[in-house]
Design a binder for this molecule. Sequence first.
Ligand SMILES: [Zn+2]
Ligand SMILES: [Zn+2]
Length: 379
Amino acid sequence: MAKRDYYEVLGADRGASADELKKAYRKKAKELHPDRNSDNPNAESQFKEANEAYEVLKDADKKAAYDRYGHAAFEGGMGGGQRQGGNGDFSSAFSDVFEDLFGDFMGGGAQRGGRQRASRGSDLRYNLRISLEDAFLGLQKAITVPTSVSCNSCDGSGAEGGAEPQTCPTCSGMGKVRAQQGFFTVERTCPTCSGVGQIIKNPCRTCGGSGREEKERSLSVNIPAGVETGTRIRLSGEGEAGLRGGPSGDLYIFIEVAEHELFQRDGIDLFCRVPVSMATAAIGGDVEVPTIDGGRSRVKVPAGSQSGRQMRLRAKGMPALRGGGTGDMFIELAVETPVNLTSKQKELLREFEKLSEENNPLLTSFFSKVKSFWADMKN
Ligand SMILES: [Zn+2]
Ligand SMILES: [Zn+2]
């Protein structure tokens, strides 16, 4: 079956803003809410479709890829987001999306989706600090993530010996109980099964019935060249294991690129403040500057350069994250006034000053302005 266009699925225009997409999605999600669609057998698959479409279009990077390549952008596990056919199963989509929309219906939103048998594992966040050099080159990084994995002894079921859990007698598997409170019937999460709808007679001794075990996992993460602070890398299914056989969450690597002592970064461009001596700035010369690839470039300092003068070294900046060229490096000259002069040096500079009446155009024009300012004030 051919996949429908994501915009069509959401009923949104191609040019829709993030806000408009969100609105369109919420509208669809409400329409397709399972409580309102018990007689529509297609609601669940349509809901999944809408959820998948929005998952892509709400993410600026994925949206850009989709706008360019269509569904082909996500086939075959491209880049960091190895998504395979939508975001997990229906129940996970349900709990994520309806928590804010329908949280109140479910009793304050404290418990996610009372009717779930299995629940999706949490997403995990891992903060990774890397150097600017690593961000320039990209790197393969081994990380250790404390997480919970599916329990080996019970195969994730939570029941000793892998026995099937039983339907909760209190709520008959609904995960919710009703109570009369004045005029209202209030639905609450079932206290016996905590909303799971099932109970385990003999909990697994290894995991205590949760179906999960705490483990440290080692993962090798591919950090592409060009990442910057705030870049997120998603490792699908590498988050916490789901409860009772539910799907795993995702692992998000949050990148932080450390400050560099020589280079400042602005997007794909780099800046480097290079001090030059007063004499070099005045008579001109060469300075050698470092480049982020570990090399060096000779830069010509024109005679009469002032502090703040900028020069550009083309393509010596950072690589763009998804291809698309390389930034530039900007050199900014900082003319250094010499300090700790000897009496000989002072002597020479005084001598120099006497000969320098015509050499400071800024100074000359400043003082002529000051003079006329004072003159005007007197009149
Ligand atoms: Zn129950
Ligand atoms: Zn177990």
